[in-house]
Structures are given as C-alpha cells and as structure tokens.
Design a protein around this ligand. Sequence first.
Ligand code: MEV
Length: 434
Amino acid sequence: MESNYLQKFYDKTPDERITALQSAGILDEEAIANLQEGLKLPQEIADNMIENQLSTYELPYGVALNFLIDGKDYVVPMAIEEPSVIAAASAGAKIIAKAGGFRTTIQKRVMIGQVALKNVPDSVAAEQLILSHEENILQAANAAHPSIVKRGGGARRVSVRILPADDVEGIPAFLVVHLHVETLEAMGANIINTMMEGVIPYLERLTGGEALMGILSNYATDCLATAECRIPAALLAKGEFSGDEVRDRLIEAYQFAYVDPYRAVTNNKGIMNGIDAIVLASGNDWRAISAGAHAYASRSGQYRSLTSWKKAENGDLLGSLTLPLPIGAVGGSINFHPAAKMTKEILGYRSASELESIIASVGLAQNFSAIKALVTEGIQKGHMGLHSRSLAISAGAVGQEIEQLSQLLKGEKNMNLATAQSLLAQIRGADTVD
Ligand code: MEV
C-alpha cells in the first residue's frame, strides 16, 4: 500500500523526506530535530563504550519503504554504505505489499548457553546425572541472575551433547551442557554468560569433569524467525519477460543457490545486506546475527540459500526465509545510542518478536529484489545507476557537480573512476583533476 507521503520519496531532499515522515505521523518534533542534527553519538558516551576510543565512524542512515508486515505498514531504518540496498529493499517490498505483504512466524525466543567439560570420566553416566539433576542446574543458573527470573524469564531446560574424541586430529572428547534460557526482551548475552559461569562449579562436581568455558552460543536455533510471501505471477512481469517466466527464473535462481555454495554465499550476502543494515540501525549485534545466519545456512551439512522460492499450485510464487534472530528490544546500546533510539521510534516496534518479524521480512525483500534483477535485466543497470553518485564523490565532485557528474556517468559504457575523473575535468573545464 503506497501512501502519498511515500511518492517519489527518493527524489526529495533529506529535509523534505523528514517533513514527509512528519506529516505521516511517523516523526515528532524531537525526532526531527535529532535527525536534522545528525544522530551524533556524544563523545562522552563513545569513550565509555569501548577501549581506546578516538572518534566515531559514521554511515548513511536512511529508510526503506513499502513494508507491509502482518497487516501493519512500516518504514524501515537502515544504516548502510552500499548505494543499492535501500532502493532494492523498497522495490521488493512494494511488489510484496501489492500481493498482501509479508506474514511472519516467531515460534519462541529462547537463547542457548554452553558449558564445555573435558576429562569427564564417564560421559554416558555424566549425561544421565546431568539430566536427572536438571532442576538443580536450573536453580543454580537462575540464582546467578535473579533479576531476569523476577521479570518472568530464566533458565528453562538443560540438554547435553557428547562430542566424541577425534583421534586423527588429536582432539579430546567434550561433554557439552546447554542451558535454554528465556531472556524476554533482551538479547541476553550477559544474562547467559553470567548463568553459564554460575553453573560451572555444580557441573564439575556432578560430572567429575573440568570446565573449559561457559559462554552463550550465537547459533540461536531456539530463536528462529520466518517471513513468507505469496506473489501472483502477474505482478512479476519485467521487460521482455512475462510474469510466469520471471517466477520460473526466480525459482531456478533459488535452486542454483540451494545446490551451489559459491552462489549461496552471494545469495545470502544479499539477504544480509538488508538484515545487517537494520540490525545495526536498531543497536543490535550484527556480527552475532551474521554468524548465526551463515551457520544456519549450513545446517544440512552444505551451505545453502537461506531463502526458498517455490511455485504454488495456482501458479503464485511462494517465498520464505527462516533464520536465527536473537535480537533484543532493550539492553546494550539500544537504550542510549541516538540512532538506535531513533530506529525504535520510526519502527514503533513494541517487542523483540515484532522487531524479528521486521528484520526477517527485510531479508526476504532484499533477496527477492536481488534475484529478480539478476534473472531479468541483470544487476549492473540498477547498481551502477545508484553507484554513480558515490563514484562522482570519489572522483572529487562537490555540490552540484555530484548530480551533474552522476548523470553523465549513467550515459557512459565504462562507469569507473577514470571515466568519472575525466568527465569531472570536462565539467570544470580543466584537463586534469588532482
Ligand atoms: C550485492 O551486494 C548483493 C547481490 O550480489 C546479492 C545476490 O547476488 O543475490 C546482488
């Protein structure tokens, strides 16, 4: 559903875009002032966030449009340096919105922590002991972090994995104890790490083994998010390709990424273009999300596409993306980073689950857009069109020269830095540009 305030949004100036979002009721006066000032991270906060801090590193902060998710419209903030990501997400989401939007499923939000034990005298007996003492282990874990229990969360279940020795590589056996923890609205890394360290003495006594470490697992297989869409083929026609042809080619693109890891990595990188950008904008740990997503893509033993695209019985295109999304709606820099606070305001999400739904939908839209371009007109047309501005800046263009040079570059066969520099020289009436 395209509302008026979104019309030609990309053609507006940043101030006009902010005004458009204000008239749509998405931004209030304070948010507008913050956006216009530039969402600066105060030096004092930055200095207290990391060791040896010197300055801050900035990225463009923009919004992807047209996201209709579970019946609700969203304007999706993204922090990203790559020119085509927001354009691609918005274009993909626009077609999916015409088809009824995204449907999402968040089954549960349970995080996993691990204790690795070595030199356990009898792993099979130890496994039985651990499982029969599950209540005590949960109690020890919850006692280590009582505040999460008070809020209604806490450690819920214990499981055990016996990892046999690998004599060829000289790797000893490990007995790995997992705690499954409800961290509610938080991502919960600190909660879990505290709990894991809290249960170590008890586990050592119980098993006779020696703990190597206790730590959260970023492979959050108990925190999966799914986004799906169903698109009538008629909405897919592009250039010389009919809707049915585009649908079939999209399915083949998925099949290619399913069987070939070389393609799957690029396919999934495209998905993560959008996911990392919103995860970063939301103040969450994008390295954790990326690491978990790529591991999940390998769950069958081969690295495969994270999305799937199939044909429904009536000929519609069915898209689906499932991945671990252990993000938080509170905690970490979410509470104090100006951009993370702005993202919360713009999205208006009320829970971590809702944020998961948005993030998974962004990933699906991003993949849809990328593979649709790849199997029709190719990626370079759109990419280079958007890249022309960055290239103009790299060549040294300033002010109005940027738009002028970007337009000239779009007409060039070889759009590269050398061409940009020579065109800039022509614009300036000079022979060379330093
Ligand atoms: C570029 O950042 C992302 C793509 O390569 C993704 C893909 O190939 O699916 C276009």
